[in-house]
Design a binder for this molecule. Sequence first.
Ligand SMILES: C[S@@+](CC[C@H](N)C(=O)[O-])C[C@H]1O[C@@H](n2cnc3c(N)ncnc32)[C@H](O)[C@@H]1O
Length: 291
Amino acid sequence: MTTPTAFTSVSALIRRETSMVYDEGKEYLVEARLAPLAAAKGLTLEAYVARLAFEPDERRKVIDALTINETSWFRDHTPYQAFTDEILPTLLERRSTTRKLRIWSAACSSGQEAYSIAMLLDQHLPAGWEYEIVATDIATTMLERVKAGRYSQVEVNRGLPATSLVRYFTRVGREWEIAERLRQRITVRHLNLAAPYVGLGTFDMIWLRNVLIYFDAPTKQDILRRMLPMLALDGYLLLGSTETTLDLPEDLAAAWRREPIGRVQVHRRAGAPPPSTAPAVSTTPLTMTGA
Ligand SMILES: C[S@@+](CC[C@H](N)C(=O)[O-])C[C@H]1O[C@@H](n2cnc3c(N)ncnc32)[C@H](O)[C@@H]1O
């Protein structure tokens, strides 16, 4: 059993290094996920936790073990529908000069989100267009998985249409490997969302889904504030279906405008062109008329 001291120490470590909140009541989770790491070192859980302060590699393993990496292909479906029905056609018009799209899958887990977007772009981008998807996460084991682009049968059964499996995957032993041409479009980077975003450039769209729920209110606000300059003025931010900007302080809530697209609420920067505005070629701010 985890002692209260060991739990407090792990909870503080996770808070310090990832900003994730591991409150009381999660002792069972800490124990279940760290026991194998302690056993691999031949230590009790308490002795293992006591050594973490001196062992950065083990700390990284603990972070990886305690992140919640739940994900699936085309998760929740409706954001992907909004993407192909409205967001992508609008971006195609607005980027008709550069013919390049940059999309950020922030908190990408094992990559199903990034590769789902890549499949849609592969199908819908006209010839001559380029795209880059930057996939970031704090868990290094997850990033290795994105790079490898290999998934188990159980994983491909979760949300991936059979036609996409046939079209984009090759069987390798007991796993399925995603096509090289999609893997080439994904730039994988280690990134803590609670730390500065350096050298990422700006994006036409940011998928920040199912991760804000793990942070406290000040961290969530800080992240959403720092996301603003990461997004092109006419870009789109997508949050998870249970995540909202409704609880933000007034100035920050005003900086993110909510816009319904189909059954999804997307978020746009204040000053972004309203939905009905004829697309302009440049990303110069348009004068807002009542949006
Ligand atoms: C539940 S998954 C969401 C995956 C995907 N976005 C989706 O919606 O299916 C949450 C991911 O957030 C990552 N994460 C947690 N804290 C993070 C942080 N501080 N910075 C970056 N990623 C973090 C975890 O490693 C995990 O892979």
